[in-house]
Design a binder for this molecule. Structure first.
Ligand SMILES: *Cc1c(COP(=O)(O)O)cnc(C)c1O
Length: 411
């Protein structure tokens, strides 16, 4: 990726590329603070979706005709673009999935086939349900045990406690890079190094990191990295599993069907090579191509400046919210990104979210698919404002006013 394509970082110019941000909700300018749930899409991605279905729609990897070959080329170019962006060694290590959940389930099923009764898997106390439940299902299926590495009340991963849990029995550590509920940035490099010293593999849930920071899987040295397109400015229904080639080679296929085979007879089937071994059936072709377009958009962005801007937004919001009586910020890790989760004494998050919505402000309320984490903090849920690089301080000012109004209405 060359830095010379990058434009100077300007929130005003970036916002112009996102048509969804220009609309009014209940007669108010939309303030979109639900980026943790999904991101809005830049015009270049919207255009790519339209172009694909208008002119290029064809099935891939099979046709002799022009359109099929063009679609195949674009799909595979997209894979290469993603490979380069995350600095994977080979494009064979980039598997297209339906998203983060699908990627984790693929690993839980397929890597899980290599594990035996008595083996252990470690996750953390701040995981999303999609990085908990597939492991629980695997543990039941294979007689493994699932252990949970603790966090402190600030929402920080306790690396020393984690280290004590590691042993020769540990086969896999599955950890989120950034918590969707707390914004905590976990020390994944250190976690990976320690896990590797016991021979364990590490899956990093990147659903909240790829859109907020420059990700380099080679430098991180993770064994698996998963993310969803829809949270990184691309379409829904597509995502990526990165895996180290030697591991993916050793793993059996996840689903059987077309495209993942090399030769089928009724007696025996031989499987296709990577990455197709893990991509059974007609994939989300438009999604795969347009996810590549989303990365093209990211390449044009100064990611360091974007990350700095996002962290400033969160700090700005937190400094104001800290002065609100009875408001508690959940997630105060030293290293955190642009997620601000909070509770207000005596009020239900849902009621706050509903009143904010009426003022054109989109936040998320509830447990954020992290019920065990809510149990840890002994709360039913939070209000979560999660920012992207297209958000502004003015939006936060409006949000703060609306929040004050909502709280006084509910009290
Ligand atoms: C959103 C999210 C997921 C699940 O992603 P899907 O797109 O719903 O598959 C998993 N982990 C984290 C941390 C998330 O934020």
């Amino acid at each position: 990726m060359s830095d010379t394509n990058q434009k100077p970082f300007s929130v005003r110019l970036i916002r112009e590329e996102f048509p969804a941000l220009r609309q009014q909700i209940y007669g108010k300018n939309l303030i979109y603070f639900d980026n943790g749930a999904t991101s809005q899409k830049p015009q270049i991605v919207l255009d790519a979706i339209n172009k694909f279905y208008s002119k290029e729609n064809a099935n891939i990897h099979r046709g002799v005709h022009y359109m099929s070959q063009k679609a195949t080329t674009e799909y595979e170019e997209s894979r290469k673009r993603i490979q380069k962006y995350i600095n994977a060694k080979k494009s064979e290590e980039i598997i297209f999935t339906k998203g983060t959940t699908d990627g984790i389930n693929l690993v839980a099923y397929s890597f899980g086939e290599l594990l035996q009764a008595g083996d252990e898997i470690i996750i953390s106390a701040m995981e999303h349900h999609s990085n908990i439940v597939p492991w629980q299902m695997l543990c039941i299926r294979k007689g493994l045990s699932l252990r949970v590495a603790p966090i402190n009340k600030k929402g920080e991963f306790l690396i020393d406690e984690f280290e004590k849990m590691l042993s020769k029995k540990t086969k896999l550590v599955a950890i989120t890079h950034i918590s969707n509920t707390l914004g905590t940035v976990n020390p994944v490099k250190e976690i990976i190094e320690k896990a590797h010293s016991f021979g364990a593999k590490v899956l990093v849930d990147g659903a909240q990191s790829i859109q907020h920071m420059k990700v380099d899987v080679k430098d991180m040295n993770c064994d698996f990295y998963v993310f969803s397109s829809h949270k990184v400015f691309g379409p829904t229904g597509i995502g990526v599993l990165y895996g180290k080639e030697d591991l993916l080679d050793r793993m059996p296929p996840y689903q059987g069907g077309g495209d993942m085979i090399s030769r089928v007879t009724f007696e025996r089937t031989t499987y296709n090579e990577l990455p197709f071994k893990f991509e059974a059936g007609t994939p989300h072709i438009a999604g795969g191509i347009c996810l590549g377009t989303a990365f093209q958009f990211l390449e044009s962005l100064n990611m360091e400046a974007a990350e700095k801007h996002e962290r400033e937004l969160a700090k700005y919001a937190e400094d104001i919210l800290d002065t609100f009586e009875g408001l508690h910020i959940i997630g105060e890790a030293k290293n955190k990104t642009s997620v601000v989760s909070f509770t207000v004494d005596g009020l239900h998050p849902f009621d706050i979210g509903t009143l904010l919505d009426k003022q054109g402000i989109a936040v998320r309320t509830g447990h954020h698919c992290t019920q065990p984490l809510m149990d840890f903090f002994k709360i039913p849920g939070t209000v979560r404002a999660s920012f992207a690089f297209y958000n502004t301080k003015q939006e936060i000012d409006t949000f703060v006013e609306a929040l004050e109004k909502s709280i006084s209405m509910l009290r």
